[in-house]
Design a protein around this ligand. Sequence first.
Ligand code: NAD
Ligand code: DAU
Length: 453
Amino acid sequence: METREILLELRRKNGLTQDEMAEKIMVTRQAVSRWENGETIPNSDTLKIISMMFGVSINHLLGQPQNTVCPSCGMPVDKTNDFRAANNKSSSVDINYSDNGGKTMKNILVTGGAGFIGSNFIRYMLAPGFNHNIVNLDVLTYSGNLENLDAVKDSLRYTFVKGDICDKDLLAEIFAKYNIDTVVNFAAESHVDRSIVDPEIFVKSNVTGTHMLLECARKHWKINPNDRHEREYTPGVKFIQVSTDEVYGTLGDKGLFVETTPLAPNSPYSASKASADMFVRAYSETFGLPVNITRCSNNYGPYQFPEKLIPLMINNCLKNKPLPVYGNGKQVRDWLYVEDHCTAIYAVMTKGRPGEVYNIGGNNEKQNVEVIRLLIKELGKSDELIQYVKDRPGHDIRYAIDNSKITSQLGWSPAYTFEQGMKKTIDWYLSNSGWMDRVISGEYERYYNEMYQ
Ligand code: NAD
Ligand code: DAU
Protein backbone atom coordinates (compact mmCIF):
# COMPACT_ATOMS: atom_id res chain seq x y z
CA MET A 1 0.00 0.00 0.00
CA GLU A 2 1.13 3.59 -0.68
CA THR A 3 1.73 5.82 2.38
CA ARG A 4 -1.25 7.92 1.38
CA GLU A 5 -3.53 4.88 1.28
CA ILE A 6 -2.28 3.69 4.67
CA LEU A 7 -2.95 7.12 6.15
CA LEU A 8 -6.39 7.31 4.57
CA GLU A 9 -7.18 3.86 5.93
CA LEU A 10 -6.03 4.83 9.44
CA ARG A 11 -8.08 7.99 9.20
CA ARG A 12 -11.18 6.09 8.06
CA LYS A 13 -10.85 3.37 10.71
CA ASN A 14 -10.35 5.90 13.47
CA GLY A 15 -13.13 8.18 12.23
CA LEU A 16 -10.82 11.20 12.09
CA THR A 17 -11.23 14.43 10.19
CA GLN A 18 -8.45 15.51 7.82
CA ASP A 19 -7.29 18.13 10.37
CA GLU A 20 -7.19 15.59 13.18
CA MET A 21 -5.15 13.19 11.06
CA ALA A 22 -2.75 15.98 10.02
CA GLU A 23 -2.39 16.89 13.68
CA LYS A 24 -1.42 13.33 14.62
CA ILE A 25 1.08 13.09 11.80
CA MET A 26 2.72 16.36 12.82
CA VAL A 27 3.04 15.35 16.45
CA THR A 28 4.46 11.99 15.43
CA ARG A 29 6.96 13.59 13.07
CA GLN A 30 8.15 15.95 15.76
CA ALA A 31 8.56 13.11 18.24
CA VAL A 32 10.50 11.04 15.72
CA SER A 33 12.75 13.97 14.90
CA ARG A 34 13.44 14.51 18.61
CA TRP A 35 14.20 10.80 18.92
CA GLU A 36 16.55 10.99 15.90
CA ASN A 37 18.31 13.92 17.58
CA GLY A 38 19.14 11.65 20.47
CA GLU A 39 16.47 12.74 22.96
CA THR A 40 15.06 10.15 25.29
CA ILE A 41 11.30 9.96 25.00
CA PRO A 42 9.55 8.71 28.14
CA ASN A 43 7.92 5.27 27.77
CA SER A 44 4.45 6.69 28.32
CA ASP A 45 4.95 9.06 25.39
CA THR A 46 6.39 6.32 23.18
CA LEU A 47 3.26 4.24 23.76
CA LYS A 48 1.06 7.17 22.85
CA ILE A 49 3.01 7.80 19.67
CA ILE A 50 2.80 4.17 18.59
CA SER A 51 -0.86 4.06 19.55
CA MET A 52 -1.48 7.18 17.51
CA MET A 53 0.56 6.15 14.50
CA PHE A 54 -0.82 2.65 14.16
CA GLY A 55 -4.33 3.35 15.40
CA VAL A 56 -4.17 0.68 18.12
CA SER A 57 -5.22 1.18 21.70
CA ILE A 58 -2.76 1.95 24.47
CA ASN A 59 -4.43 -0.80 26.48
CA HIS A 60 -3.82 -3.16 23.61
CA LEU A 61 -0.14 -2.22 23.58
CA LEU A 62 0.02 -2.71 27.34
CA GLY A 63 -1.93 -5.96 27.15
CA GLN A 64 -4.42 -4.66 29.70
CA PRO A 65 -8.10 -5.70 30.05
CA GLN A 66 -10.30 -4.46 27.22
CA ASN A 67 -14.04 -4.19 26.87
CA THR A 68 -14.78 -3.32 23.27
CA VAL A 69 -13.05 -3.69 19.89
CA CYS A 70 -10.15 -1.60 18.56
CA PRO A 71 -11.39 -0.25 15.20
CA SER A 72 -7.93 -0.54 13.71
CA CYS A 73 -6.49 -3.82 14.88
CA GLY A 74 -9.69 -5.64 15.83
CA MET A 75 -8.45 -6.23 19.37
CA PRO A 76 -10.78 -5.44 22.29
CA VAL A 77 -10.29 -1.97 23.75
CA ASP A 78 -11.82 0.31 26.33
CA LYS A 79 -12.63 4.01 25.98
CA THR A 80 -8.96 4.97 26.26
CA ASN A 81 -8.56 3.81 22.67
CA ASP A 82 -9.08 7.42 21.68
CA PHE A 83 -5.61 8.99 21.75
CA ARG A 84 -7.09 12.26 22.91
CA ALA A 85 -8.78 10.58 25.83
CA ALA A 86 -5.56 8.77 26.72
CA ASN A 87 -3.63 11.98 26.43
CA ASN A 88 -6.01 13.99 28.55
CA LYS A 89 -5.54 11.49 31.33
CA SER A 90 -1.79 11.93 31.20
CA SER A 91 0.00 14.49 33.29
CA SER A 92 3.36 14.04 31.61
CA VAL A 93 2.64 15.30 28.12
CA ASP A 94 1.64 18.83 27.34
CA ILE A 95 -0.84 18.27 24.52
CA ASN A 96 -4.45 19.18 24.69
CA TYR A 97 -6.28 18.18 21.58
CA SER A 98 -9.77 18.59 22.79
CA ASP A 99 -10.34 22.13 23.95
CA ASN A 100 -9.70 24.41 21.01
CA GLY A 101 -13.33 24.23 20.04
CA GLY A 102 -12.58 22.59 16.72
CA LYS A 103 -10.48 25.48 15.40
CA THR A 104 -7.92 24.55 12.80
CA MET A 105 -4.58 23.68 14.27
CA LYS A 106 -1.62 25.75 13.15
CA ASN A 107 2.01 24.90 12.58
CA ILE A 108 3.67 28.07 13.76
CA LEU A 109 7.25 29.05 13.03
CA VAL A 110 8.32 31.28 15.90
CA THR A 111 11.66 32.92 15.18
CA GLY A 112 13.82 34.25 18.01
CA GLY A 113 11.84 32.11 20.44
CA ALA A 114 14.73 31.74 22.88
CA GLY A 115 14.78 35.47 23.58
CA PHE A 116 12.72 37.46 26.06
CA ILE A 117 9.38 37.99 24.31
CA GLY A 118 9.65 34.95 22.01
CA SER A 119 10.10 32.55 24.94
CA ASN A 120 7.17 34.11 26.79
CA PHE A 121 5.08 33.71 23.62
CA ILE A 122 6.05 30.06 23.21
CA ARG A 123 5.22 29.23 26.81
CA TYR A 124 1.88 30.99 26.33
CA MET A 125 1.13 29.07 23.12
CA LEU A 126 2.05 25.70 24.63
CA ALA A 127 -0.29 26.10 27.57
CA PRO A 128 -3.37 23.89 27.75
CA GLY A 129 -6.19 25.37 25.71
CA PHE A 130 -4.18 25.65 22.50
CA ASN A 131 -3.25 22.80 20.21
CA HIS A 132 -0.86 24.50 17.81
CA ASN A 133 2.55 23.08 17.01
CA ILE A 134 5.47 25.42 17.54
CA VAL A 135 8.78 25.29 15.72
CA ASN A 136 11.27 27.67 17.34
CA LEU A 137 14.07 28.82 15.04
CA ASP A 138 16.75 30.69 16.93
CA VAL A 139 20.44 31.19 16.22
CA LEU A 140 21.10 31.73 19.96
CA THR A 141 22.89 35.06 20.04
CA TYR A 142 23.99 36.49 23.42
CA SER A 143 20.29 37.13 24.28
CA GLY A 144 18.96 33.75 23.15
CA ASN A 145 18.76 31.36 26.09
CA LEU A 146 17.25 27.88 25.89
CA GLU A 147 16.89 27.89 29.67
CA ASN A 148 13.97 30.28 29.11
CA LEU A 149 12.11 27.33 27.59
CA ASP A 150 12.95 24.65 30.14
CA ALA A 151 9.33 24.44 31.25
CA VAL A 152 8.09 23.42 27.78
CA LYS A 153 11.05 21.76 26.12
CA ASP A 154 9.50 18.27 26.43
CA SER A 155 6.17 19.22 24.96
CA LEU A 156 5.40 17.11 21.90
CA ARG A 157 4.01 20.26 20.33
CA TYR A 158 7.40 21.97 20.50
CA THR A 159 10.47 21.63 18.29
CA PHE A 160 13.66 23.67 18.53
CA VAL A 161 15.87 24.30 15.50
CA LYS A 162 19.14 26.15 15.99
CA GLY A 163 19.70 28.36 12.97
CA ASP A 164 19.72 31.75 11.36
CA ILE A 165 16.70 33.40 9.72
CA CYS A 166 19.12 34.53 7.00
CA ASP A 167 19.77 30.89 5.99
CA LYS A 168 17.36 30.44 3.10
CA ASP A 169 18.03 26.71 2.58
CA LEU A 170 17.30 26.03 6.23
CA LEU A 171 14.10 28.09 6.03
CA ALA A 172 12.92 26.13 2.98
CA GLU A 173 13.63 22.86 4.79
CA ILE A 174 11.71 23.97 7.88
CA PHE A 175 8.68 25.18 5.91
CA ALA A 176 8.49 21.87 4.04
CA LYS A 177 9.27 19.53 6.92
CA TYR A 178 6.88 21.10 9.43
CA ASN A 179 4.27 22.30 6.96
CA ILE A 180 4.50 25.82 8.39
CA ASP A 181 1.35 27.91 7.93
CA THR A 182 2.09 30.82 10.29
CA VAL A 183 5.24 32.83 10.95
CA VAL A 184 5.68 35.01 14.03
CA ASN A 185 8.96 36.81 13.49
CA PHE A 186 10.55 37.91 16.77
CA ALA A 187 14.15 37.18 15.71
CA ALA A 188 16.15 40.38 15.79
CA GLU A 189 18.98 42.26 17.33
CA SER A 190 16.92 44.19 19.84
CA HIS A 191 19.09 46.57 21.86
CA VAL A 192 19.43 50.23 20.85
CA ASP A 193 22.77 50.76 22.66
CA ARG A 194 24.36 47.83 20.81
CA SER A 195 23.10 49.21 17.48
CA ILE A 196 24.97 52.45 18.21
CA VAL A 197 28.23 50.54 18.78
CA ASP A 198 27.91 48.08 15.88
CA PRO A 199 24.98 48.56 13.46
CA GLU A 200 25.96 45.96 10.82
CA ILE A 201 24.44 42.87 12.43
CA PHE A 202 21.18 44.83 12.83
CA VAL A 203 20.92 45.19 9.06
CA LYS A 204 21.71 41.53 8.55
CA SER A 205 19.38 39.94 11.10
CA ASN A 206 16.59 42.49 11.16
CA VAL A 207 16.38 43.46 7.48
CA THR A 208 17.92 40.62 5.45
CA GLY A 209 16.56 38.02 7.89
CA THR A 210 13.01 39.35 7.60
CA HIS A 211 13.32 39.48 3.82
CA MET A 212 14.50 35.85 3.69
CA LEU A 213 11.52 34.77 5.78
CA LEU A 214 9.08 36.71 3.59
CA GLU A 215 10.53 35.20 0.45
CA CYS A 216 10.33 31.69 1.84
CA ALA A 217 6.73 32.22 2.99
CA ARG A 218 5.78 33.60 -0.43
CA LYS A 219 7.29 30.63 -2.25
CA HIS A 220 5.81 28.02 0.04
CA TRP A 221 2.35 29.45 0.51
CA LYS A 222 1.59 30.84 -2.94
CA ILE A 223 -0.64 28.53 -4.96
CA ASN A 224 1.26 29.29 -8.21
CA PRO A 225 4.65 30.65 -7.12
CA ASN A 226 5.78 31.16 -10.70
CA ASP A 227 2.80 33.26 -11.77
CA ARG A 228 3.74 36.82 -10.85
CA HIS A 229 0.25 38.20 -11.45
CA GLU A 230 -1.54 35.70 -9.28
CA ARG A 231 -2.09 36.53 -5.59
CA GLU A 232 -3.66 33.35 -4.24
CA TYR A 233 -2.26 31.67 -1.14
CA THR A 234 -2.96 28.48 0.76
CA PRO A 235 -5.99 29.32 2.95
CA GLY A 236 -5.24 30.27 6.55
CA VAL A 237 -1.56 31.22 6.18
CA LYS A 238 -0.22 34.36 7.83
CA PHE A 239 3.06 36.22 8.40
CA ILE A 240 3.26 38.29 11.60
CA GLN A 241 6.10 40.80 11.86
CA VAL A 242 6.79 41.75 15.48
CA SER A 243 7.86 45.35 15.11
CA THR A 244 8.20 48.20 17.56
CA ASP A 245 6.86 51.66 18.35
CA GLU A 246 10.43 52.95 17.92
CA VAL A 247 9.92 53.01 14.13
CA TYR A 248 7.77 56.14 14.63
CA GLY A 249 10.69 58.04 16.15
CA THR A 250 10.09 60.33 19.09
CA LEU A 251 7.17 62.36 20.47
CA GLY A 252 7.16 65.73 22.20
CA ASP A 253 5.18 66.31 25.39
CA LYS A 254 1.85 65.66 23.70
CA GLY A 255 0.34 63.22 21.22
CA LEU A 256 0.35 59.47 20.68
CA PHE A 257 1.66 57.15 17.96
CA VAL A 258 -1.16 55.90 15.72
CA GLU A 259 -0.73 53.30 12.97
CA THR A 260 -0.59 56.05 10.33
CA THR A 261 2.09 58.13 12.07
CA PRO A 262 4.92 58.51 9.52
CA LEU A 263 7.95 56.34 10.22
CA ALA A 264 10.94 58.38 11.45
CA PRO A 265 13.42 55.99 13.09
CA ASN A 266 16.32 57.60 14.95
CA SER A 267 18.65 54.73 15.90
CA PRO A 268 20.27 52.08 13.71
CA TYR A 269 18.07 49.56 15.58
CA SER A 270 14.82 51.36 14.80
CA ALA A 271 15.98 52.07 11.24
CA SER A 272 16.50 48.34 10.72
CA LYS A 273 13.07 47.54 12.17
CA ALA A 274 11.45 50.22 9.98
CA SER A 275 13.20 48.78 6.90
CA ALA A 276 11.89 45.32 7.78
CA ASP A 277 8.38 46.77 8.12
CA MET A 278 8.71 48.28 4.63
CA PHE A 279 9.60 44.87 3.17
CA VAL A 280 6.63 43.28 4.93
CA ARG A 281 4.38 45.99 3.53
CA ALA A 282 5.85 45.53 0.03
CA TYR A 283 5.22 41.76 0.13
CA SER A 284 1.62 42.46 1.04
CA GLU A 285 1.13 45.14 -1.64
CA THR A 286 3.06 43.49 -4.48
CA PHE A 287 2.52 39.79 -3.87
CA GLY A 288 -0.66 39.80 -1.78
CA LEU A 289 1.07 37.88 1.03
CA PRO A 290 -1.26 37.80 4.08
CA VAL A 291 0.70 39.79 6.67
CA ASN A 292 0.25 41.79 9.84
CA ILE A 293 2.71 44.13 11.49
CA THR A 294 2.50 44.70 15.25
CA ARG A 295 4.17 47.75 16.82
CA CYS A 296 4.46 47.39 20.54
CA SER A 297 5.78 49.69 23.23
CA ASN A 298 8.43 48.76 25.83
CA ASN A 299 7.96 45.29 27.33
CA TYR A 300 9.00 44.12 30.76
CA GLY A 301 8.62 40.85 32.67
CA PRO A 302 10.34 37.52 33.36
CA TYR A 303 13.35 36.39 31.29
CA GLN A 304 14.31 39.84 29.96
CA PHE A 305 18.03 40.16 29.30
CA PRO A 306 19.65 42.55 31.81
CA GLU A 307 20.87 45.00 29.18
CA LYS A 308 17.37 46.54 29.12
CA LEU A 309 16.37 49.16 31.68
CA ILE A 310 14.22 47.22 34.17
CA PRO A 311 16.23 43.97 34.59
CA LEU A 312 19.50 45.93 34.52
CA MET A 313 18.31 48.17 37.36
CA ILE A 314 16.94 45.21 39.35
CA ASN A 315 20.24 43.35 39.00
CA ASN A 316 22.29 46.42 39.95
CA CYS A 317 20.04 47.19 42.94
CA LEU A 318 20.37 43.64 44.21
CA LYS A 319 24.15 43.87 43.89
CA ASN A 320 24.26 47.43 45.32
CA LYS A 321 25.84 48.69 42.09
CA PRO A 322 25.27 52.24 40.73
CA LEU A 323 22.11 52.71 38.64
CA PRO A 324 23.19 54.42 35.38
CA VAL A 325 20.53 56.93 34.29
CA TYR A 326 21.03 58.33 30.79
CA GLY A 327 20.87 62.15 30.57
CA ASN A 328 18.29 63.67 32.90
CA GLY A 329 16.24 60.45 33.17
CA LYS A 330 13.06 62.29 32.14
CA GLN A 331 12.58 60.31 28.94
CA VAL A 332 9.21 58.58 28.79
CA ARG A 333 8.45 54.98 27.83
CA ASP A 334 5.01 53.34 27.63
CA TRP A 335 5.37 50.04 29.51
CA LEU A 336 3.54 46.78 28.78
CA TYR A 337 3.79 43.52 30.73
CA VAL A 338 5.14 40.87 28.34
CA GLU A 339 2.20 38.49 28.76
CA ASP A 340 -0.10 41.23 27.48
CA HIS A 341 2.09 41.56 24.40
CA CYS A 342 1.72 37.79 23.83
CA THR A 343 -2.08 37.90 24.05
CA ALA A 344 -2.10 40.86 21.65
CA ILE A 345 0.02 38.98 19.10
CA TYR A 346 -2.35 36.02 19.39
CA ALA A 347 -5.31 38.34 18.78
CA VAL A 348 -3.61 39.73 15.66
CA MET A 349 -2.64 36.23 14.50
CA THR A 350 -6.20 34.97 14.74
CA LYS A 351 -8.29 38.06 14.04
CA GLY A 352 -6.07 40.67 12.39
CA ARG A 353 -7.15 41.79 8.92
CA PRO A 354 -4.47 40.89 6.35
CA GLY A 355 -2.30 43.85 5.42
CA GLU A 356 -3.04 45.79 8.61
CA VAL A 357 -0.68 47.30 11.18
CA TYR A 358 -1.68 47.12 14.87
CA ASN A 359 -0.14 49.25 17.61
CA ILE A 360 0.09 47.52 21.00
CA GLY A 361 0.42 49.37 24.28
CA GLY A 362 -0.99 49.53 27.76
CA ASN A 363 -1.29 53.29 28.48
CA ASN A 364 1.47 53.21 31.06
CA GLU A 365 3.66 56.21 30.37
CA LYS A 366 6.45 56.62 32.92
CA GLN A 367 9.63 58.66 33.09
CA ASN A 368 12.74 56.49 33.44
CA VAL A 369 13.55 57.97 36.87
CA GLU A 370 10.04 57.13 38.08
CA VAL A 371 10.55 53.48 37.13
CA ILE A 372 13.99 53.40 38.75
CA ARG A 373 12.71 55.00 41.99
CA LEU A 374 9.90 52.45 42.17
CA LEU A 375 12.42 49.61 41.84
CA ILE A 376 14.66 51.16 44.51
CA LYS A 377 11.68 51.38 46.87
CA GLU A 378 10.41 47.85 46.22
CA LEU A 379 13.87 46.39 46.67
CA GLY A 380 14.52 48.37 49.86
CA LYS A 381 17.50 50.32 48.48
CA SER A 382 18.49 53.99 48.55
CA ASP A 383 18.19 56.74 45.89
CA GLU A 384 21.89 57.26 46.43
CA LEU A 385 22.50 54.37 44.03
CA ILE A 386 21.26 56.60 41.17
CA GLN A 387 24.12 57.82 38.98
CA TYR A 388 23.43 60.23 36.11
CA VAL A 389 25.63 59.28 33.13
CA LYS A 390 26.20 60.59 29.57
CA ASP A 391 23.06 60.45 27.45
CA ARG A 392 22.44 57.88 24.71
CA PRO A 393 23.18 59.50 21.28
CA GLY A 394 19.96 60.22 19.39
CA HIS A 395 17.97 59.32 22.51
CA ASP A 396 14.21 59.33 21.81
CA ILE A 397 12.48 61.52 24.39
CA ARG A 398 9.02 60.03 24.55
CA TYR A 399 7.09 57.01 23.23
CA ALA A 400 3.34 56.65 23.75
CA ILE A 401 0.95 54.33 21.98
CA ASP A 402 -2.64 54.91 20.93
CA ASN A 403 -3.99 51.35 21.24
CA SER A 404 -7.57 52.11 20.17
CA LYS A 405 -7.35 50.17 16.88
CA ILE A 406 -6.47 46.83 18.47
CA THR A 407 -8.82 47.32 21.41
CA SER A 408 -11.82 48.33 19.31
CA GLN A 409 -11.28 46.12 16.24
CA LEU A 410 -9.83 42.96 17.80
CA GLY A 411 -11.24 43.20 21.32
CA TRP A 412 -7.80 42.96 22.97
CA SER A 413 -6.97 44.77 26.16
CA PRO A 414 -4.11 44.43 28.63
CA ALA A 415 -4.78 42.27 31.69
CA TYR A 416 -2.12 43.80 33.95
CA THR A 417 -1.78 47.25 35.43
CA PHE A 418 1.77 48.61 35.68
CA GLU A 419 1.78 47.95 39.44
CA GLN A 420 0.65 44.33 39.02
CA GLY A 421 3.13 43.69 36.22
CA MET A 422 6.00 45.23 38.15
CA LYS A 423 5.18 43.16 41.22
CA LYS A 424 5.18 39.95 39.18
CA THR A 425 8.43 40.98 37.49
CA ILE A 426 10.26 41.86 40.70
CA ASP A 427 9.02 38.65 42.37
CA TRP A 428 10.24 36.63 39.39
CA TYR A 429 13.75 38.13 39.44
CA LEU A 430 13.95 37.66 43.22
CA SER A 431 12.99 33.99 42.91
CA ASN A 432 15.21 33.33 39.89
CA SER A 433 18.57 34.69 40.97
CA GLY A 434 20.18 31.53 39.50
CA TRP A 435 18.88 32.48 36.04
CA MET A 436 20.34 35.98 36.38
CA ASP A 437 23.68 34.69 37.70
CA ARG A 438 24.03 32.29 34.76
CA VAL A 439 23.08 35.03 32.26
CA ILE A 440 25.61 37.53 33.58
CA SER A 441 28.39 35.00 34.02
CA GLY A 442 29.54 35.04 30.39
CA GLU A 443 30.00 37.80 27.84
CA TYR A 444 27.79 40.17 29.85
CA GLU A 445 30.54 41.46 32.10
CA ARG A 446 32.66 42.54 29.12
CA TYR A 447 29.62 44.21 27.55
CA TYR A 448 28.75 46.00 30.79
CA ASN A 449 32.25 47.30 31.35
CA GLU A 450 32.52 48.57 27.78
CA MET A 451 29.09 50.20 27.78
CA TYR A 452 29.19 51.80 31.21
CA GLN A 453 32.91 52.62 31.56
P1 NAD B 1 15.77 39.49 22.57
O1 NAD B 1 17.05 40.14 22.20
O2 NAD B 1 15.53 39.10 23.98
O3 NAD B 1 15.58 38.17 21.69
C1 NAD B 1 15.92 38.11 20.33
C2 NAD B 1 16.05 36.63 19.95
O4 NAD B 1 16.29 36.56 18.53
C3 NAD B 1 17.22 35.92 20.63
O5 NAD B 1 16.81 34.67 21.10
C4 NAD B 1 18.25 35.76 19.51
O6 NAD B 1 19.08 34.63 19.67
C5 NAD B 1 17.34 35.65 18.29
N1 NAD B 1 18.00 36.04 17.03
C6 NAD B 1 18.68 37.19 16.79
N2 NAD B 1 19.13 37.20 15.52
C7 NAD B 1 18.71 36.03 14.95
C8 NAD B 1 18.85 35.46 13.67
N3 NAD B 1 19.53 36.09 12.70
N4 NAD B 1 18.28 34.26 13.42
C9 NAD B 1 17.60 33.60 14.40
N5 NAD B 1 17.46 34.10 15.64
C10 NAD B 1 17.99 35.30 15.92
O7 NAD B 1 14.63 40.45 22.04
P2 NAD B 1 13.15 40.70 22.59
O8 NAD B 1 13.18 41.84 23.52
O9 NAD B 1 12.55 39.42 22.98
O10 NAD B 1 12.46 41.22 21.25
C11 NAD B 1 11.87 40.32 20.34
C12 NAD B 1 11.28 41.08 19.17
O11 NAD B 1 10.30 42.00 19.65
C13 NAD B 1 12.29 41.92 18.40
O12 NAD B 1 11.98 41.82 17.04
C14 NAD B 1 12.06 43.34 18.89
O13 NAD B 1 12.37 44.26 17.89
C15 NAD B 1 10.59 43.31 19.18
N6 NAD B 1 10.11 44.22 20.22
C16 NAD B 1 10.71 44.24 21.45
C17 NAD B 1 10.22 45.07 22.46
C18 NAD B 1 10.84 45.11 23.83
O14 NAD B 1 10.47 45.96 24.63
N7 NAD B 1 11.75 44.21 24.17
C19 NAD B 1 9.11 45.90 22.20
C20 NAD B 1 8.53 45.85 20.91
C21 NAD B 1 9.03 45.00 19.95
O1 DAU C 1 9.77 50.71 22.53
C1 DAU C 1 10.05 49.39 22.21
C2 DAU C 1 11.53 49.15 22.33
O2 DAU C 1 11.84 49.16 23.72
C3 DAU C 1 11.99 47.85 21.70
O3 DAU C 1 11.80 47.93 20.32
C4 DAU C 1 13.45 47.58 21.99
O4 DAU C 1 13.82 46.30 21.50
C5 DAU C 1 13.67 47.63 23.48
O5 DAU C 1 15.04 47.46 23.76
C6 DAU C 1 13.17 48.94 24.06
O6 DAU C 1 13.99 50.05 23.63
P1 DAU C 1 14.43 51.22 24.66
O7 DAU C 1 15.64 51.85 24.12
O8 DAU C 1 13.29 52.09 25.00
O9 DAU C 1 14.74 50.29 25.95
P2 DAU C 1 15.92 50.29 27.00
O10 DAU C 1 15.53 49.33 28.07
O11 DAU C 1 17.25 50.14 26.38
O12 DAU C 1 15.85 51.77 27.62
C7 DAU C 1 14.65 52.26 28.20
C8 DAU C 1 14.92 53.70 28.61
O13 DAU C 1 15.85 53.70 29.71
C9 DAU C 1 15.57 54.54 27.54
O14 DAU C 1 15.06 55.87 27.62
C10 DAU C 1 17.04 54.53 27.88
C11 DAU C 1 17.03 54.44 29.39
N1 DAU C 1 18.18 53.72 29.99
C12 DAU C 1 18.44 52.46 29.56
C13 DAU C 1 19.49 51.74 30.09
C14 DAU C 1 19.79 50.35 29.61
C15 DAU C 1 18.92 54.31 31.00
O15 DAU C 1 18.65 55.45 31.42
N2 DAU C 1 19.97 53.60 31.53
C16 DAU C 1 20.29 52.34 31.11
O16 DAU C 1 21.29 51.77 31.61
